[in-house]
Ligand binder design. Structure first.
Ligand SMILES: [Zn+2]
Length: 189
């Protein structure tokens, strides 16, 4: 039975989506998720309200509780305007597309100014590239490589990534999170 299976799901597979006090995710990129221990602790400390729960329960002789799947902070925290510089977020900014040839397979990263020539790993110097283009460019500078970018790399805002994120939702989203993550998808032209 499906219900029995979902009740036996490992505890570590039950993170809680954390919403700000306005019921929007505390962070999108990365998505604000707390492990079940932190979620339960914050419920007992009365720092969050439970919005939705898993079927998965935790039990002790004197106590039983369904693990929270969505929790909301009781006090509002000002969200950060810029997402973290992560591999996933660079791919997402570039729509999982090689910025030189448009390929979507075998993606890696290219430093416009190569690391060997003092290039840094940051939003403005790193682009998504397929392995073929990455090898083709090799250790050359972008300016002298004869290769052309679709788009110059930039530091995105959360809104920029959010626009792209609609097309590339992570594949581990729990059904109870959907209302809080993609509720406005249909409103876009
Ligand atoms: Zn390419």
């Amino acid at each position: 039975m499906i219900i029995a299976a979902s009740e036996k799901v490992p505890l570590e597979k039950c993170p809680a989506l954390v919403l700000n006090a306005d019921f929007r995710p505390l962070s999108y990129y990365p998505l604000s998720l707390w492990c079940w221990q932190d979620a339960v602790k914050s419920v007992f400390l009365e720092k969050v309200s439970i919005v939705s729960s898993y079927r998965r329960k935790i039990r002790s002789p004197s106590f039983e509780m369904s693990l929270p799947s969505v929790i909301a902070l009781k006090s509002f925290i000002k969200p950060s305007e810029h997402p973290s510089f992560t591999r996933f977020n660079v791919f997402l900014r570039d729509k999982f597309t090689c910025q030189y040839c448009g390929d979507k397979k075998d993606l890696t990263f290219d430093h416009l100014l190569p690391k060997s020539k003092g290039g840094v790993t940051d939003w403005e110097n790193v682009v998504t590239a397929c392995s073929t283009c990455n090898v083709k460019k090799g250790g050359r500078l972008y300016q002298t490589s004869g290769m052309h970018l679709y788009k110059k790399p930039f530091r995105p805002t959360v809104d920029d990534l959010h626009q792209n994120g609609r097309n590339f939702p992570p594949n581990f989203l729990h059904e109870s999170w959907m209302d809080y993550l993609y509720w406005d998808v249909e409103l876009l032209p």
